[in-house]
Each structure stands twice: as C-alpha cells, then as structure tokens.
Design a protein around this ligand. Structure first.
Ligand code: 2P0
Length: 342
C-alpha cells in the first residue's frame, strides 16, 4: 500500500494523555484498619469532606516508546523499588487490564501542599491518577468504578473521587466491588471552612498503611473500634443531612480521639501528635466553649485541622497563630471531586 511521508501509520506512535486534578479529603469519621489487605478493603466505613484550594495535579501519558512506568512526584523521580512507585504501577496495571493495553506510562504529579505529612496526599494522588488514566485510555468508567480503583491505591483516595461530604462504605462483598464512595451532600450546600495548622513538614516515620496494620494486629481495643464505627457513621450522616454543626463537631472529635487512642494502644504505641497539636486541641475546645462553631480533627500526622463555619475563620487563624509550634496556616473550603482538566 502506498503511503507518503507523515501518513505512514505504521511509524506513528500514539501517545494517549490526560491531566487530572484532585483534592485531598479529611475524614471526620475515620478509617483505620483493613478487613482485607490484598484488596485494600477498610474494616470500617468513613465520612469525609473534600477540600478545595489544596490540590494534586497529575499529567499522565501512555507512551509506546517507554520501557517502564515512570512516576515523578513534585519533580522528583520515585525509585522503581519504592513503595509509592510500586503502588502506582499496580494501580496503572488495573486500568491497563480494563483497557486491554500494555503500554507504559509517564506520571507526573504535583502537590501544592506538604506531601506525606498527614494531609492526605495519597488520597488526592490516587484519585488524580485514576481519573487521568481513565480519560487517557478512553475507558469512561462510572464513579463507582473510579472510586473502587482509587481505593485499591489508597483507602482514603476512594473518597476524593467525589466532592463535598462523602461516605466510603466498608461494603460486604469479598471482591470489594461494593466498597465505594457515595456523595452525602454537595460542598455548596454547607460551605464549611477548614484551617490547617501545619506543625511539621517532615515525612512521617510510619505510613498509615503500616500503622493501621500494626494497630489491627496488636491493639487490645481493635474489635471495639470496629464495632463502634456504625453508630458514629449514623450520627455523622444525620448531622450532615440536618446541617447540625454541634452534632457533627461532637461525633467528629470523638472519632478522631478514638482513632488516636486506638493507635496509641498498639504495641509499640503510635503517637502522631506533637506538643503544638495538643495545644491546638485545647485552643479549639476553648473556642467552642466560647460559642464559636469550630471543631478539630487530626490524621496520621501532627497537623491540626480545624473545621468551622466561615464566620469563625478569623478567630481560628488568630488562635493557631499564637501557638509557637504552628509553622504555617493553610486556609481551604470544601471542594469538588476529581476531574479531568486537559
Ligand atoms: C482517614 N487515614 O480516614 C484515615 C484517618 C489517616 C487517618 O485513610 O493503607 O493513606 O493507603 O488505604 O488511605 C490514611 O490512610 O491508607 C487514612 P491506605 P490511607 O482518612
């Protein structure tokens, strides 16, 4: 067959690419512990809020000339044998299998917030990769499937597929296909504010994955944690449906403190807080006692996250600013789910 220069398709290398943006989320009713490590199935459901100004942007290219996957985070190449590269490759493999392709990918992710210090970078990271890969491969998967694939990368990532108030169901099926996130309420419906007191920018010493597995294996209180989750979830669902701030504040602080008490009860105990974290807890409680609509939550790191009505942001900012160990203060609201931007 005749072909002229530039139209010989045998030599054309088809690069498939897309760019996605995802926001981290913060759990108000926490996930800690898995019912199945291989499928990454949480032992308990969780309820979160997706943030807006904090974000991960991921540019992904499936390129037939590549000899392996390449993953770059904030401009730094991940070593092939690193835990993060291994998880990204496994995540891409699942999408490649669905698309019936074997092409390797170049993945470039950028966070506009500190990575791996309890600000849920793996949540926005895997949500962005899944959404970008779905687009680049032309899969057009529905939200449930995107959420399931993101969850396989990191449990909390299932929630960042959606915006606003989100519940990740622990599900009952052994294959995990019902362990997906669903939307409880749009961000615009109840536009709360989140103020983050950054207390350390260091990468945490113990990852969430290994911390929660150690807790499951060694805490004497683990069974009680799993048993109590359903009632916390029901209270939080009701509070969100009724936009009842005080009710949401009470159950969120309870879930947070219970998760940290559980982690402390592992052998050896896991202590994520610094002195400034504890000082922040006291300050937030004082503000609420004084009538301000504020509550705290803390994840697997020292950062203090303060959820409030917008009217309380200034007083929260001033209170965190007075704590010596608070290095930086980030302001964000509630945002949308992961989406393709190019
Ligand atoms: C949460 N965290 O619900 C809880 C509260 C941190 C503390 O989900 O092993 O990075 O990848 O599924 O999702 C952080 O754990 O753990 C987390 P894996 P992930 O937000």
């Amino acid at each position: 067959m005749r072909s002229s220069a530039g139209t010989n398709t045998r030599n054309v290398v088809a690069v498939k690419q897309a760019t996605a943006l995802a926001h981290p989320n913060i759990a108000l009713v926490k996930y800690w512990g898995k019912r199945d490590g291989a499928l990454n199935l949480p032992a308990v459901g969780s309820i979160s809020i997706t943030l807006d100004t904090l974000q991960t942007t991921t540019r992904l290219q499936f390129d037939p000339t590549l000899k392996r996957d390449r993953f770059t985070l904030d401009g730094v190449d991940a070593a092939d044998d690193s835990e993060s590269a291994r998880r990204v490759v496994q995540c891409l493999d699942r999408l490649r299998e669905l698309a019936g392709v074997g092409t390797y990918a170049d993945v470039q992710s950028e966070n506009n917030f500190p990575t791996a210090a309890g600000l849920a970078s793996s949540a926005s990271g895997f949500a962005a990769i899944v959404v970008a890969a779905d687009k680049a491969l032309g899969l057009n998967l529905d939200r449930n499937k995107l959420s399931e694939l993101a969850r396989r990368g990191s449990g909390s990532a299932a929630r960042s597929i959606l915006g606003g108030f989100v519940e990740l169901h622990h599900g009952k099926k052994p294959d995990g296909s019902d362990c997906v996130a669903s939307a409880l309420r749009d961000a615009a419906d109840w536009p709360l504010a989140v103020t983050v007191g950054v207390i350390s920018r260091k990468t945490k010493k113990i990852s969430s994955t290994s911390g929660m597995e150690a807790t499951r294996k060694t805490s004497p209180w683990y069974a009680g944690w799993v048993e109590g989750a359903e009632s916390d979830l029901a209270i939080a669902r009701d509070a969100i449906a009724a936009r009842d701030f005080e009710k949401l504040a009470t159950v969120s602080e309870h879930s947070c403190l219970k998760m940290h008490a559980l982690a402390l009860s592992a052998r050896p105990g896991l202590l994520y807080w610094y002195g400034a974290t504890v000082e922040g807890i006291h300050r937030v409680r004082e503000l609420r006692a004084a009538g301000h609509a504020v509550f705290f939550t803390i994840d697997a790191g020292p950062q203090l996250k303060v959820v409030s009505e917008k009217s309380a942001v200034e007083v929260v900012n001033d209170a965190l600013g007075e704590i010596a160990g608070v290095q930086d203060i980030l302001h964000t609201g509630l945002g949308d789910g992961a989406r393709v931007i190019a």
